[in-house]
Design a binder for this molecule. Structure first.
Ligand code: ATR
Length: 281
């Protein structure tokens, strides 16, 4: 049980809707474990014009930012870290010395998850499926690592625009087999619960070289796309890895302490397993 007193630090998440966010259970568990006097709350909000000034006047120490506010919030910040500035999206706010600063830990989370399996990304052929906000953060981060980035997207125009912006190659789904990837990152929401039988695109040739395959979807823990990759002998990274690493980086920005990554992962995984079991009953 959390003991609230005048020194309790307040953190939270803004977005809409928020009912499915797992950030509160993950961060509260981490705060308790580290003995940090802090709480992490849900702040569902449709409009964000008062968020940054409200943070300052109420001394809210930090916020996670989720859909649909990751881009729009940038207009209100005092400072934005360089990679978030390039991505033009922020998922983490910290209120420090009177300034509210924005970070993007999605990019960091994705790269850390991939680097657990492949240490050196320079020159690796990385295929990103999707061209939305998540794909964008991952594409920039992979470029920073000097990977050879290939974007493939259902809608040609959007995919081409992202590829042009980061100087990557674009391939339509109809040509995706030419990508010949070492790494595939499924960066759309396709396959997310409850539509667990869907994949955004599939071609046997995609898995020919046995690439490392990551999915950004973390519910279910193993998406159909990952299952298909595994069946074809590929090593896979479930979306929960990226989710936990982006949260761990947030925790470290806010507290300047090392995040209890393993505990955070166990908390999220056991919640997801429990939640799905409940739904099956
Ligand atoms: P986010 O910011 O969470 O990434 P988004 O901006 O809505 O979400 O982007 C969703 C991505 O998923 C897009 O790349 C989208 O493709 P389009 O640009 O063609 O819309 C992709 N996507 C969504 N549903 C899809 C589907 N059924 N098949 C393939 N791609 C899909």
């Amino acid at each position: 049980m959390v003991k609230i007193n005048p020194d309790t630090l307040v953190f939270g998440i803004i977005g809409y809707p928020l009912s499915h966010s797992l950030s509160p259970i993950m961060h509260n568990k981490a705060f308790r474990h580290k003995g940090i006097n802090a709480v992490y709350l849900y702040f569902p909000c449709k409009k964000i014009d008062g968020v940054v000034s409200g943070m300052k006047s109420l001394s809210i120490k930090g916020l996670s930012v989720t859909i649909p506010h990751k881009e729009k919030i940038c207009e209100y910040l005092d400072k934005i870290e360089p990679i978030a500035e390039k991505i033009k999206a922020v998922n983490t706010l910290v209120n420090k010395d009177g300034l509210v600063i924005g970070y993007n830990t999605d990019a960091y989370g994705a790269i850390r998850a991939v680097k657990d399996k492949i240490k050196e990304l320079q020159g690796k052929r990385a295929l990103i499926i999707g061209a939305g906000g998540a794909a964008r953060a991952i594409a920039f981060a992979l470029k920073e690592e000097k990977a050879y980035v290939i974007i493939s997207n259902r809608t040609k125009k959007r995919g081409e625009a992202l590829a042009k912006e980061i100087d990557a190659e674009f391939l339509p789904f109809s040509d995706i087999k030419r990508s010949d990837p070492d790494i595939i990152i499924q960066a759309t929401s396709v396959g997310m619960y409850p539509e667990v039988d869907k994949v955004p695109v599939f071609l046997e040739e995609l898995f020919r070289k046995r690439p490392l395959v990551m999915d950004i979807v973390y519910n279910p823990l193993e998406t159909k796309f990952l299952k298909m990759a595994k069946e074809r002998g590929c090593e896979v990274i479930p979306g929960v890895e990226m989710f936990v690493y982006q949260g761990a980086r947030q925790f470290e920005i806010w507290t300047e302490e090392k995040a209890p990554v393993q505990l955070m992962k166990e908390t999220v995984v056991s919640f997801l397993k429990g939640e799905r079991d409940d739904k099956r009953d």
